[in-house]
Design a protein around this ligand. Structure first.
Ligand code: ADP
Ligand code: MG
Length: 710
């Protein structure tokens, strides 16, 4: 059988060949963008803007202010092996090394709809042309444009379906593009780079930006965060025998991250070099805590002839002559720097991961379905008109209420008292739902969030999620009902936990509550030290010295306090505090203790401990609590306004509680803001069942038994 079949070798159609070859050069949107950025830089641009749709798969548009492309050159730029750069390089080897092979645009035109519009300085107007398979579609047409070039690439791989299908998600492609632009932006500091998402949805916006004239350090700060930038050392070193120049910025021993952030440019091209990376990792191992990784941006220059870039243009992995010697030289240069810088200071550190979105919200639909499938027996039925069950309805009789005695006959219906909708509307109250959510993720925060989830007790979370608020006993205690059970809940403990969890969940995304007058940290610290609660003793040193230390300490941290916790410190004054929950203002009398405890109780040594203890302190400050002498009075005044807002917002339960009873404003805040938020924002852990946070007072079926005996 085999013999009877002739093997026919067919010559592939030329366009197919080109397409395959192009797919090798341009493997994904980020490759195309890298090539085009390099072209823009080669053209002397100082400002480069990239706009993308669907992670670059739908559209990439790169605009620069470089020298432009002449009209007559527009006709050939997309043909293979056309380049304007040959004359600059007499040595063929360096041509290939630098990737000047006139292949990028040609390749793109084989796998996408390509349109170039460009204006040179000498020309009256710009010209615009579109291309297919390396050829002009039609003659360049005049167009109005600024000096420079704008290249639009649409529907990448529209004709290579297998490749198109291989892309998993637009956001992953976006991330790769952001990585490339971030790296080029740092390496080309002083020039401005912008990456903008132009999708027609809410996710549009600028995701990477650097400014004209900014330094490399400015850009590291803008793109990797101040916590890295604050711990950066400059490296510069030269070795004549190796013809090697090393320049860069590296993190010191105080900065430790989960992932190695390695930005390597050799002769101004972004490359990868695994052996060098491994060698640097080894150097840092003796400086960083176990598992810690550094940030390293290095720019190496060496004779191009020494460099062996894999002939394949998309493979950025490089090797070079005297590789071992070069690597050793880089290692020594970095080690010397690390040794020479004072590593006795300890700062917290952080890792910015600008990817993915945070947390999966507990599925309330699932809960609802579960609820419905449960069978309910008569003795488990409770009255559902929750407005009748409020403590205040019995205690505080307003004239109106006397006119309208409540109908206590309505005893049955369903056991669930609060409609599901009210649980979701409570979400409106939090800052988390505001649209300016930043997509940042810190490993340590994710870990802490994970721990909260792991510890969470399903039963207790369910009680809070589905409870009916009965009434406040005092600022610390409240009565809530869940199904047939009545609980005394410790509002103070629950709010401490809730605010802790909100801080973690909405990390870096809260609003700010601006203080009407700046509060000097020194005064706050002195006030705090005066309080018995501070536990100050003369052995701690003079209060004045301590207060001065606190001012200095917190001022030094002001940048990260503001960035992550929205605690703003300006000129030694606290000017704003985080807004963790809409319509809730924490008791500001707690500010002195907060300031004191931030400086003394927060563990600033490791990122995770720092965030955890910080979140605990903020939560402690935020918690609803008694003990402040005039709490009720102060809250009353403050809540007058909050109460109004709640009224206006129409967020009240539809029961019209107000008309029946008129509890004092803080009670309304506890009921309508705090306990409503607790439905979805706190997942108490098992311990809370035993430590007095929840105290079961009564169970309806048991009460029936009691009554039966009577
Ligand atoms: P190469 O960069 O290897 O020359 P490319 O295909 O990337 O090949 O680009 C082809 C030619 O198009 C370049 O040599 C350059 O003359 C011109 N070119 C491409 N992009 C730009 C740009 N942004 N500004 C000016 N000229 C450009
Ligand atoms: Mg090029």
């Amino acid at each position: 059988m085999a013999e009877s079949k002739e093997v026919v070798i067919k010559r592939l159609d030329e366009t197919v060949v080109n397409r395959i070859a192009a797919g090798e050069v341009i493997q994904r949107p980020a490759n195309a963008i890298k090539e085009m950025i390099e072209n823009s830089l080669d053209a002397g641009s100082t400002s480069i803007t990239v706009a993308i749709k669907s992670g670059g798969l739908k559209m990439i548009q790169i605009s620069d202010n470089g020298h432009g492309i002449r009209k007559e050159d527009l006709e050939i730029v997309c043909e293979r092996f056309t380049t304007s750069k040959l004359k600059e390089f007499t040595d063929l080897r360096s041509i290939t090394t630098f990737g000047f092979r006139g292949e990028a645009l040609a390749s793109i035109s084989h796998v996408a709809h390509l349109c170039i519009s460009s204006k040179t300085q000498g020309s009256q107007c710009g010209y615009k042309a579109s291309y297919v398979d390396g050829k002009l579609k039609d003659q360049p047409r005049p167009t109005a444009s600024n000096d420079g070039t704008q290249i639009t690439v649409e529907d990448l791989f529209y004709n290579v379906l297998t490749r198109r299908k291989a892309f998993r998600s637009a956001s992953e492609e976006h991330q790769r593009i952001a990585d490339v632009i971030t790296r080029y932006a740092i390496h080309n500091s002083g020039k401005s780079f912008t990456l903008r998402k132009s999708d027609n949805d809410t996710s549009s916006g600028v995701t990477v930006r650097t400014q004209l004239g900014a330094s490399a350090l400015d850009n590291i700060r803008a793109l990797f965060g101040s916590n890295i930038a604050n711990e950066i050392i400059h490296v510069e070193h030269e070795n004549e025998t190796l013809h090697l120049r090393i320049k860069g910025y590296i993190s010191n021993a105080n900065c430790s991250m989960k992932k190695f952030n390695f930005l390597l440019f050799i002769n101004n091209r972004l490359v990868e070099c695994t052996s060098l990376k491994r060698a640097l990792d080894a150097v840092y191992q003796s400086y960083l805590p176990k598992g810690g990784r550094p940030f390293v941006y290095l720019s190496l220059e060496m004779p191009a002839t020494n460099l062996d870039v894999n002939v394949h243009p998309t493979k950025h992995e490089v090797h070079f002559l005297h590789e071992e010697a070069v690597i050793e030289e880089v290692q020594t240069a970095i080690e010397n720097k690390l040794l020479s810088c004072d590593s006795s200071r300890t700062f917290y550190t952080q890792k910015l991961l600008p990817t993915a979105s945070i947390l999966t919200k507990e599925s309330s639909e699932k809960d609802a379905a579960k609820q419905q499938s449960e069978r309910i027996y008569d003795h488990n039925l409770v009255r559902t008109d929750s407005k009748l069950q409020k403590l205040d309805a019995f205690l505080v009789k307003t004239p109106k209420e006397k006119e309208k005695p409540h109908d206590s006959t309505n005893l049955t219906d369903k056991p669930r008292v609060e409609p599901q909708a009210s649980a979701s509307s409570s979400n409106n109250l939090t800052a988390a739902e505001l649209p300016r959510k930043r997509k940042i993720q810190l490993t340590s925060v994710l870990q802490l969030q994970g721990e909260v989830k792991k510890r969470a007790s399903k039963d207790l979370s369910e009680i809070l999620h589905d409870h009916t608020f009965v009434g406040c006993v005092d600022p610390e205690l409240a009565l809530i009902q869940h199904k047939t059970k009545l609980y005394l809940a410790n509002t103070t403990k629950l709010t401490r936990e809730m605010f802790y969890q909100i801080v973690l969940e909405d990390f870096g995304n809260f609003g700010m509550l601006r203080l009407s007058e700046p509060a000097p940290i020194r005064d706050l610290a002195m006030l705090g030290l005066e309080m018995k609660e501070s536990g100050w003793t003369p052995e701690d040193g003079s209060k004045e010295d301590l207060a001065d230390y606190i001012v200095k300490f917190l001022s030094e941290k002001s940048e990260m306090l503001k960035d992550y916790f929205r605690l703003e410190i300006k000129d030694c004054d606290v000017t704003a505090i985080p807004m963790l929950l809409q319509n809730y203002i924490p008791p500001l009398e707690g500010l002195p203790m907060l300031v004191l405890r931030l400086a003394t109780e927060v563990c600033w040594d490791s990122e995770k401990d720092c965030f955890e203890s910080f979140a605990r302190e903020i939560a402690r400050f935020y918690a609803v609590r008694k003990g402040y002498t005039d709490l009720e009075e102060i809250i009353k005044q403050r809540d007058a306004q909050v109460a109004m807002e709640i009224g206006d917002g129409g967020n009240l339960d539809d029961e019209g509680t107000e008309s029946r009873s008129n509890p004092s404003p803080w009670k309304r805040t506890v009921e309508h803001v705090i306990y409503r938020a607790m439905r979805s924002h706190v997942k108490p852990d098992e311990r809370k069942a035993k430590d007095g946070t929840f105290l079961q007072l009564a169970n309806l079926p048991d009460l029936y038994k009691v009554f039966e005996r009577c």
